[in-house]
Design a binder for this molecule. Structure first.
Ligand code: 5GP
Ligand code: ZN
Length: 109
């Protein structure tokens, strides 16, 4: 838990969010300012600042996050029509919350 990290607060239940899935290693919740008809965020419970900080020991959690993105796409009914899975990395990459999360965007058609 990183003090002042909004996603650590969401993960711990301190800050409310619209959760669609939770397990011991990750959570899935709706993006508060959706950029697509379906816009979910998949985040590991453990605080990792960005993809730049990911190491060999994070292989499993990062795979779990990506696989959950795929599963949620199916559950949300956008798997066939198609979707984006996106990591923004650091300021220049559009990251504004520095707790790793995968965007699932879809549902345009
Ligand atoms: P980033 O730009 O860091 O990749 O994405 C951060 C995302 O988190 C943005 O799409 C933004 O709308 C979303 N977001 C920011 N604050 C909150 C919040 O308090 N709750 C939820 N559910 N989403 C948030
Ligand atoms: Zn955090």
């Amino acid at each position: 838990m990183e003090r002042g990290c909004i996603f650590c607060q969401i993960v711990s239940g301190e800050k409310p969010a619209d959760f669609l899935y939770q397990d011991q290693s990750l959570v899935v919740f709706k993006d508060i300012y959706p950029h697509a008809p379906v816009h979910l965020l998949i985040a590991p419970r453990r605080h990792i600042r960005s993809i730049n900080e990911v190491t060999e020991q994070d292989k499993e959690i990062i795979s779990q996050v990506i696989l959950k993105g795929k599963e949620m796409a199916k559950e949300q009914g956008v798997a066939k029509s198609g979707y984006k899975l996106l990591f923004n990395v650091e300021q220049g990459g559009g990251q504004v919350i520095f707790h790793v999360h995968l965007h699932l965007l879809g549902g345009w058609r």
